[in-house]
Design a binder for this molecule. Sequence first.
Ligand SMILES: [Zn+2]
Length: 485
Amino acid sequence: MDPARRICRAGAMKPPVHNVPAGELLKLLDELAAFSVPGPGVTRLLYTPEWCGAQLFLQQRMKSLGLEVRQDRVGNIYGRLSGSGAAAAEQVILTGSHIDTVVNGGRYDGAYGIAAAVTVLHYLQQTFGRPLRSLEVVSFSEEEGSRFPLTFWGSGNVTGLYDGSSREDIADAEGVTLGAAMKACGLGGEAASAGVSAETAAAGGKDYDDAGADGAGAAGTGSVDTGSAVTGPAGSAAVTISRPLRSDIAAYLELHIEQGIVLERSARQIGVVQAIAGQRRYRVTVSGTANHAGTTPMGLRRDALAGSAEMLLALERSAAEEGDPLVATTGRLEVYPGTPNVIPGEVQFTLDIRHSDAGILERYCPQVLEEFAAIAARRGLKLEIQPVLMTTPAPMDKELCAALEQVCLEQGKTYLRMVSGAGHDAQLFAPLCPAAMIFVPSRGGISHAPDEYTPPEELAAGMQVLAAILYKLAYTEEGVIEDRG
Ligand SMILES: [Zn+2]
């Protein structure tokens, strides 16, 4: 994918003004929000009837807008605008986000990036016709980890983090395995009816006359396999099924709400994400001696909670000293035996530390854990630290970021270079191809909650930036260097 490194040198050419209709975006967001379990906010968990309904709806919408629709065996949905250039098939500009939500989540997280991408692709096709490079919108099946104990199931299968196989080894809270949940949606497996079924989707609360992607799976050869794929029977939506893993992505762009308060505080319209923070998570156990709260003098105690409290204050202080964008959090703490008249004998707590610089994480984390050890030793406590998760920071592509800034300048929009503390699908593409993210503000920094909100004009602003960058990448000669050969 080396040639893609050159796709952003197209800064010199001023793109046409993009007036992508905001009304279409808002309508699509409304329509997607309807695919939810009743209750506050939006609840659309992986492979549930609501999820199936949303993915089927998107297939139909993309198709009606003239996009070539395809889905893979894990339920990712693609809508393609095929390029006319010679290398168009091997070099796809991909944009989108995830369709799943957390329980009682908001209506913008994930859905915004998909709805905006669909709207933009339709607009570009209507306004400029066929692109030189292929453009695709993707609705990833899963990112949040809100039903099964895994995350990035959609983009992870596209990028090789997962191998596309049905998983029987993990289950949701009800004991339903991931494999069984896929099967219930007509997905997964090497053969036989892969595809979101109309019946499953209808249970999500909407009727579909033209639904039913009943094609057989297991087509193709490893990357994208439009040629040999099987489509559904006559009268169905005839959606192509393909293997998830792809090697034809030349660049990945993701438009997303910030889910934090930095942009709003900065009073800028657009966030140009420089990197997605790496995370280190630990489970910490502090052991002392449980004893009578009335008969044990203060000087003779080995209080696991008091020791933990000292550790957490040390964590807060050292994180503040380190400065932005380092963040360190203890979100869960359990005290044993947890009785008012007993000195705590054991405390378990979580530790979540994030930064966009791998070197700083590597230096800071051992340093803070050493400080914990010193506190434990001084108080006669035992300390156990178990690493739970380590993800490396994902730097976004410098040339793409520069091109995004150029777009903002051309459109007269204010922007802020920033780090994403939250994980996103884009981080899985960053090691494989140029990847970038565009943020718009989240009102009050609220996300993963029913109150998640971004005003229409701010949603539209982000979509215009997306339209302009996609135009540069897919429609201009400068963006199609490989086609010249
Ligand atoms: Zn998201």
